[in-house]
Design a protein around this ligand. Structure first.
Ligand code: DPP
Ligand code: ZN
Length: 874
């Protein structure tokens, strides 16, 4: 397997002016005829260069150049390419290939799902359909004719607008689609099937009418309304926020059950994993509803950030993904509670992305090399990439940032460009020096900011000293200081916000201040202070860094009660909780008795009973740091001790606060029927969190309350709120309720996935046995990514069970991956991630985890996806 380097980029030798595709979809074989209008794009005076096209996994049936069949001596076919050594400057190439989509378990290229045909071409799926320069910087005009049996496949879709349709002999029919926008092959899509369609329309800001169509299985017809509503919101939001208008006459979304990723932004024809489309109150939780809105928004926003302006090469992936993540985060923040959305995004970044940065696969937001690009659809490229855009907005200010965005779209519309082009547009629009900022794109690792403060009472000056450093990552032993926006505020001892005035300034400063950190060590002096302030640092999580400040217990309690920035306020509680739980971890490891901390209980009682009106925020504030986040904070991870200490803490809070939890839960429950977007999702979340705390008491009365909630719930949020704790409850009712749930919902894929995950995430001691038994459950499907992830993937997130000291959890994961690798290397490689962090554990687990990785390494013909992850992590 070869490594591809960013610096080896060369523009394409041949461009494709247009491509005409004809698909004859069949039950046995599918025939693809492609006609390419090609043109040499290099200077021929230096000699002729061969035409090299990508292609594999199909049978080549015929090849014609300018209408004449190519003789066997005129071309070479290798495992991955077609080479024609001598071609004219401008010519047509006709290629006929034969595929078997029904055998395609990789779910890349053209494949079948649930009786329909569909495609997934990002990043390099198009090359398994036909020979093509399958790279994002070759943009072409696509005209696609789809031919299929009329009965079985009444719906035939591709990108753009329908041009022609008609009947053919033998009960077949065809539709021809034409996409007027030049696009790379990764944005091509095709769908054929017997699908229901729900329709709506949207009038753009310039008054154009766009037809919106959502295609799904007939049985799911009632589950698409929320997705369509979200689409309309996203379209309006992008016009209002970024001035971006939709550009085709129709926008189509298709829901597919077998899908490797979340969704795909194919031009005018998005294909979605059905879990990000289908929802009814009975089957989807509030969280599911939000995730759908977010992913619908994400794929829609790609129409500009990704499709109109695309990537020059795959090293630039964050150009579209980081930017689009930022856009979808802002969209969700505007639709929901901004502070709570920010907290959720930080939570994800600090577990998934920080762990990536600290592991063997750490890479910069713009990677330097890869073997398999599918392995680089990561939290670093997406979410850290999104943070870089956010930092740019913080540094430039909203207005100049918007000017930079406008300039970027205007300058590069229709082009395939680089991250550098984006940053340059930002620099040009703002006249800012972004020289040092660019290092964020090339330097991997999570920076550490160590801050300290000192107060000079005589002059009323508070001095903040900030030191930044960044640990070595693979291939990057030395790091340079970065340009970091540090947004700060100051509070007095009564919790009042103070003006942040820099020493020497004539008038009091603002309550929130942007400090630009760009050296290894820097000092800031704040003046005009009567007493020592408590600094609120990194407001809004203004940079993706780890911040260390020696807060005292009462500083954190003060920030928890009074800080105005939701992230900082939440973070103070998280720090307090982490200190308490990590102290218990140490006690547990030393064999000392675990004891509750009364000051901590008092702090939590204060927030629980604060009457905070933002219920979703309160729920965030009362949720203890996750086991994964706590693990990140330990030099050597002890999953068992973390689990015990965290559970102990939950109970230590629930015991004295029992009646408060009951009262808050009661206050948050409503007798009104559930309504989507009824503004009550925060209340439901808080009520269910209270219930989870209460369930830790293992009291019969509470268990009954929980079962009653399950029985009477009219929505999936409250059903899952009851089932989550019950799945970890060692009570006789547990199995009865879980069986009842399955029986009721066995016809619904999304809900059955939830049921598998509930069991895989249980705390109960026999969880691994249960999960093993579920492999033989009639509803388990090895080849369906959602189902595999729901059972095996969820189990690998069950910290105490996956990390069982005897290695049984690791062995189980690898046993299952050994079955999945031949079917779906891409999903397999992703699910390997939990094993790659073996260096973070004690020697016993290190050895067990490596053993399992070696078991995969020993496989013959290891696919590139899996090979790369295993090789880099061992
Ligand atoms: N480009 C897709 C997305 O992130 C992933 N294939 O939306
Ligand atoms: Zn995306």
């Amino acid at each position: 397997h070869t490594t591809i380097h960013r610096h080896d980029y060369r523009p394409p030798d041949y461009t494709v002016e247009s491509i005409d595709l004809r698909f004859e979809l069949g039950e046995d074989t599918t025939l693809v005829r492609s006609r390419l209008a090609l043109r040499a794009a290099y200077d021929r005076s230096g000699g002729e260069r061969p035409l090299v096209l990508d292609g594999h996994r199909f049978v080549l049936r015929s090849l014609c150049l300018d209408g004449t069949p190519l003789v066997p001596e005129a071309f070479q076919v290798s495992a991955e390419t077609l080479v024609v050594p001598s071609v004219p400057v401008s010519f047509t190439l006709e290629v006929e290939t034969e595929l078997r989509p029904q055998d395609n378990t990789f779910l890349e290229g053209l494949y079948r799902s649930n009786g329909m045909f569909c495609t997934q071409c990002e990043a390099q799926g198009f090359r398994s359909i036909t020979y093509y320069p399958d790279r994002p910087d070759v943009l072409s005009i696509f005209t696609v004719t789809v031919v299929a049996d009329r009965e079985r496949y009444p719906v035939l879709l591709s990108n753009g607008n329908p041009l022609d349709r008609g009947e053919l002999p033998d009960g077949r029919h065809f539709i021809t689609w034409h996409d007027p926008f030049r696009k790379p092959s990764y944005l091509f899509a095709l769908v054929a099937g017997k699908l229901a369609c729900i329709e709506d329309s949207f009038t753009t800001c310039s008054g154009r009418e766009v037809s919106l169509r959502l295609y799904l299985q007939e049985a799911n017809r009632n589950k698409g309304e929320h997705a369509l509503r979200s689409l309309k919101k996203a379209m309006r939001w992008d016009e209002e926020t970024f001035g971006r208008e939709y550009d085709l006459d129709c926008y189509m979304i298709v829901a597919v059950d077998d899908f490797n990723m979340g969704a795909m932004e194919n031009k005018g024809l998005n294909i979605f994993n059905s879990r990000y489309v289908l929802a009814t109150p009975e089957t989807a939780t509030d969280e599911d509803y939000q995730a759908i809105e977010e992913v619908i928004g994400h794929e829609y926003f790609h129409n500009w950030s990704g499709n109109r302006v695309t990537c020059r090469d795959w090293f630039q992936l964050s150009l579209k993904e980081g930017l689009t993540i930022f856009r979808d985060q802002e969209f969700s923040a505007d639709m929901e509670s901004r502070g709570v959305k920010r907290i959720a995004d930080v939570r994800y970044l600090r577990t998934a992305q920080f762990a990536e940065d600290g592991g063997p696969l750490a890479h910069p937001v713009r990677p330097e090399s890869y073997m398999e690009i599918n392995n680089f659809y990561t939290a670093t490229v997406y979410n850290k990439g999104g943070e870089l855009i956010r930092m740019l907005r913080t540094l430039l200010g909203a207005e100049r940032f918007r000017k930079g965005m406008d300039l970027y779209f205007e300058r590069h519309d229709g082009q395939a460009v680089t991250i550098e082009d984006f940053v340059q547009a930002m620099a040009d629009a703002s006249n800012m020096d972004l020289g040092r900022f660019r290092l964020w794109y090339s330097q991997a690792g999570t920076p550490l900011m160590e801050a300290s403060g000192s107060f000079e009472a005589a002059d009323g000056v508070f001095t903040l000293t900030v030191r930044q450093s960044c640990p070595a990552t693979p291939g990057q032993p030395e790091k340079q200081p970065l340009h970091i926006p540090l947004v700060v505020g100051l509070l007095d001892r009564a919790g009042r916000e103070l003006p942040v005035t820099l020493f020497g300034e004539p008038v009091p400063g603002p309550a929130t201040r942007l400090l630009e950190v760009n050296k290894a060590e820097q000092t800031f002096h704040f003046s005009g202070l009567d007493s020592e302030p408590v600094p609120a640092l990194l407001r809004g999580f203004s940079a993706p860094v780890k911040l260390d400040y020696p807060y005292r217990h009462d500083d954190l309690v003060l920030l928890m009660a009074h800080e105005t920035d939701p992230f900082c306020r939440w973070e103070a509680g998280q720090q307090l909780a982490a200190q308490v739980i990590l102290a218990l971890v140490a006690d547990q490891q030393a064999g000392r008795e675990l004891k509750p901390d009364p000051a901590f209980v008092a702090a939590y009682r204060a927030i629980l009973t604060s009457g905070e009106p933002d219920r979703a925020f309160l729920a965030e504030a009362l949720t203890l740091p996750s086991e994964k986040y706590l693990a990140e904070l330990m030099p050597v991870i002890d999953p068992e001790a973390i689990h015990i200490a965290r559970r102990f803490t939950i109970r230590a809070l629930a015991t004295p606060l029992r009646n408060d939890f009951l009262a808050v839960r009661e206050a948050c429950r409503s007798t009104r029927p559930y309504g989507v977007d009824d503004g009550r999702s925060g209340e439901r979340r808080l009520a269910n969190l209270c219930l989870a705390y209460l369930m830790s008491l293992e009291e019969q009365a509470i268990t009954e309350l929980c079962i009653q909630q399950y029985r009477t719930s009219d929505n999936m949020t409250d059903t899952m709120g009851a089932l989550g704790p019950l799945a970890s409850c060692d009570c006789p009712e547990r199995s009865q309720v879980l069986e009842d749930f399955y029986r009721h919902w066995q016809g619904d894929r999304q809900v059955v996935d939830k049921w598998f995950s509930l069991r895989a995430l249980s705390d109960l001691p026999d969880t691994l046995d249960d999960v093993r038994a579920l492999l033989n459950h009639p509803a388990f499907e090895l080849a369906n990514p959602n189902r595999f992830r729901a059972l095996v993937g969820a189990f690998s997130q069950n910290q105490p069970h996956f990390h069982a000291p005897d290695g049984a959890g690791y062995r189980f994961l690898v046993d299952q991956l050994l079955r999945l690798i031949p079917l779906n290397p891409q999903v397999s490689a992703r699910l390997l991630a939990p094993l790659t962090t073996w260096r973070r554990f004690e020697p016993g687990r290190q050895e067990l985890m490596q053993q399992e990785l070696r078991r995969i390494q020993a496989l013959p013909n290891l696919p590139r996806d899996v090979y790369e992850v295993v090789e880099k992590s061992l």
